[in-house]
Design a binder for this molecule. Structure first.
Ligand code: FCB
Length: 462
């Protein structure tokens, strides 16, 4: 059997509704490099990654995969694979070097050229305004712990829309506010690297408020495809004991429900509000905020990587990755194969998640804005990158999406994370999530076998 036959066979049975969007995703700081080019100001990730001890081997995004210089080549690759859409983020401090006020036209021009290149290649741009790289100037006035940052975010949304709104149809405000708030302010694993429950709680609310204010600005400017991307980790209690059930409730509350419910129902989950108050970290909600946060959306972006099994512990372990209160909960190490991130492979949890969203947010279309896996890839002697584990992950997770669609989940699209190998935040360059391999010495791009299988899924869908 030829490899083309193998690919065709592997994609048999994966049938998606008409109009289903297939793409791949990236984020500005993870791929662009060119951190000092054309007047870009520093972001919290520049500062964090340059702080000794914060990232794997001190890796930074200074060079990344030089997408700022190589965007034409990258778009040509996407078009060649037949991707119909590309999800990327814009760097706030490339456009507003001080976070507010002075606009750097050369920063806007870069995104304008990228958008033109995408449209010319038949690839629809899906723009995310914030993928974790707050301008450092705003961090210095309190960052997301300050209410003012939410208003500045809405101003930035207006600047971007004024420049690109004539060509970009799909707009998203935030990527994974849970990670910005909890990994950045509680676990200290991400920029700005703080470990303070009060800050984490304030950041949670101000991120969501910023989302709502930016959504309002985009809506006023006529955006008709407006979304927000949340990440979800389904939490299963390790046993049916009441203590484990409560551990799962609390983690699910802080990591999942805390972001979903205010957006879709206009209310924070009461149990989490009570837990945060008990931890001395109440939410800084003011009158009218929840109405702003619950601005109607056209789609919810869903990022899914794995589901967790959680249990209660006798003593605080600090093993729950992102949690306010330092409590007696921990995530059980995954059973079965794990990716190089140490994450389990749990496609059934993906279907369950999509069905849960079908029920919690009825009528709100879902778009999978990230899903993917990291493995130890190498370029083989034949010049190819054989990545069977990633291919298996892709196909089983696409099948999980089709299962959910058959059961009534309104899923409209899927973006593979990531288009390119890139800077995996604090984990540096060792974690390869790309469907396209990047040689970090030469910047040569090589589509992995997974990219070719994905291209076959897309070809059949068309
Ligand atoms: C998500 C992030 C993305 C990438 C993947 C692996 O949480 O949005 O930038 O790091 O995880």
């Amino acid at each position: 059997m030829t490899s083309t036959d193998t690919r065709t066979q592997a994609t048999d049975g994966l049938v998606f509704p008409p109009g289903f969007v297939f793409g791949a995703a990236t984020a500005a700081y993870q791929i662009e490099g060119a951190v000092d080019v054309d007047g870009r100001g520093p972001s919290i990730w520049d500062v964090f990654s340059h702080t000794p001890g914060k990232t794997h081997l001190g890796h930074t995004g200074d060079v990344a995969v030089e997408h700022h210089a190589r965007y034409r080549e990258d778009v040509a690759l996407m078009a060649g694979l037949g991707l119909s859409a590309y999800r990327f983020s814009t760097s706030w401090s490339r456009v507003l070097p001080e976070g507010a006020g002075r606009v750097e036209q050369r920063g806007l021009d870069f995104y304008s050229r990228l958008v033109d290149e995408l449209l010319g290649g038949g690839v629809d741009p899906w723009l995310t305004l914030y993928h974790w790289d707050l301008p450092q100037a705003l961090q210095e006035t309190g960052g997301w712990t300050s209410r003012d940052t939410a208003a500045r975010f809405a101003d930035y949304a207006a600047v971007l829309h004024d420049a690109l709104g004539d060509r970009v149809r799909h707009w998203s405000t935030l990527n994974e506010p849970m990670c910005s708030a909890l990994l950045g302010h509680m676990a200290g694993q991400h920029a700005p690297g703080h470990t303070d429950a009060v800050e984490a709680s304030r950041a949670t609310h101000h991120l969501l408020l910023g989302h709502g204010l930016a959504a309002r600005v985009l809506r006023e400017r006529g955006v008709e495809s407006l979304g927000l991307t949340l990440n979800f980790t389904p939490m299963t209690p390790a046993t049916d004991s009441a203590a484990d059930a409560d551990a799962a409730r609390r983690l699910d509350g802080q990591q999942n429900r805390m972001y979903l419910l205010p957006v879709v129902t206009g209310e924070y989950p009461a149990d989490v509000v009570a837990d945060l108050a008990a931890a001395g970290a109440p939410l800084p909600v003011e009158d009218g905020d929840l109405e702003v946060i619950a601005a109607p959306l056209d789609w919810l972006g869903v990022n899914f990587y794995f589901g967790s099994v959680v249990r209660a512990t006798e003593e605080p372990t600090g093993k729950a990755s992102a949690f306010i209160g330092g409590e007696r909960v921990e995530e059980v190490p995954p059973s079965g194969p794990t990716t190089t991130m140490g994450w389990g492979v749990t496609p059934a949890a993906f279907t369950e998640l999509l069905l849960r969203l079908r029920d919690t947010a009825p009528g709100l279309p879902l778009v999978v804005t990230e899903n993917g896996s990291a493995w130890p890839d190498e370029v083989s002697a034949d010049g190819a990158v054989h990545d069977p584990e990633r291919t298996d992950y892709l196909l089983t997770h696409l099948a999980a999406v089709t299962d959910a669609i058959e059961q009534g989940a309104d899923v409209r699209g899927y973006f593979a994370w990531s288009f390119l190998d890139n800077y995996e935040w604090a984990r540096g360059y060792d974690q390869r999530f790309g469907i396209v391999h990047v040689d970090y010495d030469t910047q040569v791009r090589t589509p992995k076998d997974t990219a070719l299988v994905y291209a076959e899924v897309l070809r059949r869908h068309r």
